[in-house]
Design a protein around this ligand. Structure first.
Ligand code: NAD
Ligand code: ZN
Length: 347
C-alpha cells in the first residue's frame, strides 16, 4: 500500500485550489524527502490560485503547488551525501540543468533550463516534498522555522538589493510588497543613506518603515519627484523596481540621478513602454533580476539573520494550513506582509 498525505493541489483549470489526499512522493536517488513544517504563500501561488493568463500558459493540473517552505529530512536517496535524517532544511525552488554553459560556469541562477518546484513539478504545499539534494539549504537551529519558510522571497530581495554597492547611496524602491519591504530592510542593514519606497498601500508602507525605510511615498497622493525635492537630492543612485507596474518603473527612471543603476525584479506586463531618453541621456544601467544566486545569496541571507537582520518584521500572519483560503484572500487584498502557514498541527 502506498502512503498518502494532504496537499494543496491545483486540480483543475479554474480559479481556486483544493486540499486533497495524494500519494507521498518517492525521492529519486539524488533526492531527499522532507516532512514539511511551515510554508509561505508567494505571489506566484496567488497567480496559480487565480488562474491568470500566465498560469494558464504554464501550469499543467493536477499539480501540488508551493515552493517557499522549511521542514526536516525524513528519507535520503541512495546517492545523496552530506545530509542527515532529521536535519532542518529549506530549498532553492529552481532546479537547474547542471550542463548548460551558465551552470558549468557557476552561474546557475542564469540557467535557461530551470524546472520550478510547485510550478513545473509537484511542490511544497504538502505534508511531504521530494527535492534534489543539490537544492537543499540547511537552516541553523538559531533561525525560527517561520522565518526560514520564506527565505525564497528573502533571496529575491537580497539578490536584487545586493546587486550594487549600497553604502552611502540613495535608494528608491518601487513596490512595498513582501519583497520590497524586505529589500528596504536590507538597504538599511548594509548602510544606504536614504531608503525611499513607494506603493499605493499605506499598510504595506508602514511595514516598510518598520523594516528600515527612511521615507515612504503613497503614489495615490504623493509623487516620487516630490520626494526628490523634499530630500534635496539630485536623484537616486540605485533603483529597485519591485512593483511590476509600468508607471512606477517610468517614474523611477525619471527620478534616477545620472549614471544611476536600476535592478528590475517586478514582472512588467508584456509590451510595457519605456522612456528611452531617460536611459540614454542619463547613462542609466538597467539590470534584470531573476531568482537568486545559488548559493551565495542563501549564504548571505542566513548570515544576515544570524547577525540581527529583522526578517520577522516582514511576517504579518502565521496561520494553520487549514485556514489557507484566508491566507490567499489576505494576499489578494494586499492586507499582509508574508503569510506563513503551519503544517505541524492537524492538516
Ligand atoms: P506584490 O505583488 O505583493 O507587490 C507589488 C507591490 O507593488 C504591491 O504592494 C502593490 O500595491 C505595489 N504597487 C502597485 N502599483 C504600484 C505603483 N504604481 N507604485 C508603487 N507600488 C505599486 O509582489 P512581491 O511578492 O513583493 O513581488 C514583487 C514583484 O516581483 C512582483 O511583480 C513579482 O511578480 C515579482 N517577482 C519577481 C521575481 C523574479 O525572480 N524576477 C521573483 C519573485 C517575484
Ligand atoms: Zn517565491
Amino acid at each position: 500500500m502506498t502512503a498518502t498525505m494532504r496537499a494543496l493541489v491545483k486540480d483543475r483549470p479554474a480559479r481556486g485550489i483544493s486540499m486533497l489526499e495524494v500519494q507521498v512522493p518517492e525521492p529519486a536517488n539524488n533526492e531527499v524527502l522532507i516532512k514539511v513544517e511551515k510554508t509561505a504563500i508567494c505571489g506566484t501561488d496567488l497567480h496559480i490560485y487565480s488562474w491568470d493568463d500566465w498560469s494558464q500558459r504554464t501550469i499543467k493540473p493536477p499539480l501540488v503547488i508551493g515552493h517557499e517552505f522549511v521542514g526536516r529530512i525524513c528519507k535520503i536517496g541512495a546517492d545523496v551525501k552530506g545530509y542527515e535524517l532529521g536535519q532542518r532544511v529549506s530549498a532553492e525552488g529552481h532546479i537547474v540543468c547542471g550542463v548548460c554553459r551558465n551552470c558549468r560556469a557557476g552561474k546557475q541562477h542564469l540557467c535557461p533550463n530551470t524546472v520550478g518546484i510547485g510550478v513545473n513539478r509537484n511542490g511544497a504545499f504538502a505534508e511531504y516534498v521530494a527535492v534534489p539534494a543539490t537544492n537543499l539549504w540547511p537552516i541553523p537551529d538559531a533561525i525560527a522555522p517561520e522565518l526560514a519558510a520564506f527565505f525564497d522571497p528573502f533571496g529575491n530581495a537580497a539578490h536584487c538589493a545586493l546587486q550594487h554597492d549600497l553604502v552611502g547611496e540613495d535608494v528608491l524602491i518601487t513596490g512595498a510588497g513582501p519583497i520590497g519591504i524586505i529589500a528596504a530592510g536590507i538597504c538599511r542593514h548594509v548602510g544606504a543613506r536614504h531608503v525611499v519606497i513607494s506603493d499605493i498601500n499605506d499598510y504595506r508602507l508602514q511595514l516598510a518603515r518598520d523594516m528600515g525605510a527612511s521615507h515612504t511615498i503613497n503614489v495615490q497622493h504623493e509623487s516620487i519627484a516630490g520626494a526628490v525635492k523634499a530630500l534635496k537630492i539630485d536623484g537616486f543612485d540605485i533603483g529597485l523596481e519591485m512593483s511590476g507596474n509600468p508607471k512606477a518603473f517610468n517614474d523611477m527612471l525619471k527620478a534616477m540621478f545620472h549614471g544611476g543603476r536600476v535592478a528590475m525584479l517586478g514582472i512588467l506586463p508584456n509590451g510595457s513602454g519605456i522612456d528611452w531618453d531617460q536611459v540614454i541621456f542619463k547613462g542609466l544601467e538597467l539590470h534584470g533580476i531573476y531568482g537568486r544566486r545559488m548559493y551565495e545569496t542563501w549564504y548571505k541571507m542566513t548570515q544576515m539573520v544570524l547577525t540581527g537582520f529583522p526578517l520577522h518584521k516582514a511576517m504579518t500572519h502565521h496561520i494553520p494550513i487549514g485556514d489557507y483560503e484566508q491566507g490567499f484572500e489576505l494576499m489578494a487584498a494586499g492586507a499582509c506582509g508574508k503569510v506563513v502557514c503551519d503544517w505541524t498541527g492537524a492538516v
